[in-house]
Design a protein around this ligand. Structure first.
Ligand code: AMP
Length: 249
């Protein structure tokens, strides 16, 4: 079984982003970029399936600027066998990414595609669902456990009310939640090995996909600053404040 994972290059989760002076977006010049954390979880899950003898090959795919190759190298160091970069300088929105991934999937024919539940830059949380719709494949989102059966996957999903277990036919789309696994620490020998693994580079035109944005950003602004809190001396004062000042918003 081939497994494909989608890995996005995003601003590192430790970076505090700043809005550009012209309000056209956030400033990502000179900030540390990393693999989206949910995509590390996706790549770890795919690698574990390979190590358990359930997957034969793991392919990591990234869409974006040439530097996404670094993100793919990280996926290869975690354990993916090869990478595919769909290279474009275009601003990529979830629908465009889903179309690009669909085109790669049509070529590669994986049985399982694992994405992150959301990318921590735009927090869209849409690509996996759009991709499942474009492919007309079953989907199990927000996975905290994946068991591969005979032609199916049984996925535990983190939903508002608790956990839901669903069994879906393969080929299928799964998106990862935080508790699916803890990605391994990438070791130097594995980083060295990853340098020798192949990365294919394609352009959207090679896949007959027009990645132009469908949405236009009017402006990006910082959230309003929160007022400082107060420390109350004791429980009685807290109860008094709750009675006299607390409001349901
Ligand atoms: P989003 O819908 O943007 O929150 O992203 C959800 C997931 O889709 C991410 O965790 C990735 O697995 C995948 N994804 C989104 N954008 C890209 C991209 N440019 N390249 C590769 N995968 C992506």
């Amino acid at each position: 079984m081939k497994v494909l994972t989608a890995v996005k290059r995003v601003v590192d989760y430790n970076v505090k982003v700043r809005v550009k002076a012209d309000q056209s977006g956030v400033d990502i010049g000179n900030v540390k970029m990393s693999m989206n954390p949910f995509d590390e979880i996706a790549t770890e899950a795919a690698t574990r399936l390979k190590e358990a003898g359930k997957a034969t090959e793991v392919i990591a795919v990234s869409c974006g600027v040439p530097q996404c190759q670094e993100t793919l190298r990280t996926a290869l160091a975690i354990g993916a066998d090869r990478g595919v970069l769909v290279e474009t300088d275009a601003e990529l929105q979830p629908l465009a990414v889903a179309k690009l991934l669909k085109a790669v999937i049509d070529k590669e024919q994986p049985q399982l595609v694992i994405l992150g539940k959301q990318a921590i830059d735009d927090d869209a949380g849409q690509t996996g669902q759009l991709l499942a719709a474009l492919l007309d494949w079953p989907q199990a989102t927000f996975a905290s456990n994946i068991e591969i059966g005979d032609g199916s996957a049984t996925v535990t999903r983190e939903v508002d009310g608790g956990l839901e277990v669903v069994t879906i036919r393969l080929p299928a789309i799964v998106t990862t939640d935080l508790r699916l696994n803890e990605p391994r620490y990438v070791t130097l020998p594995n980083i060295m090995k990853a340098k020798k693994k192949p990365i294919d580079i394609l352009k959207p035109a090679d896949l007959s996909v027009d990645p132009s944005p469908r949405l236009r950003t009017l402006k990006v602004v910082e959230p309003a600053a929160r007022k400082a809190g107060v420390i109350v001396p004791d429980v009685a004062a807290l109860v008094q404040k709750l009675k006299s000042e607390a409001k349901v918003i």
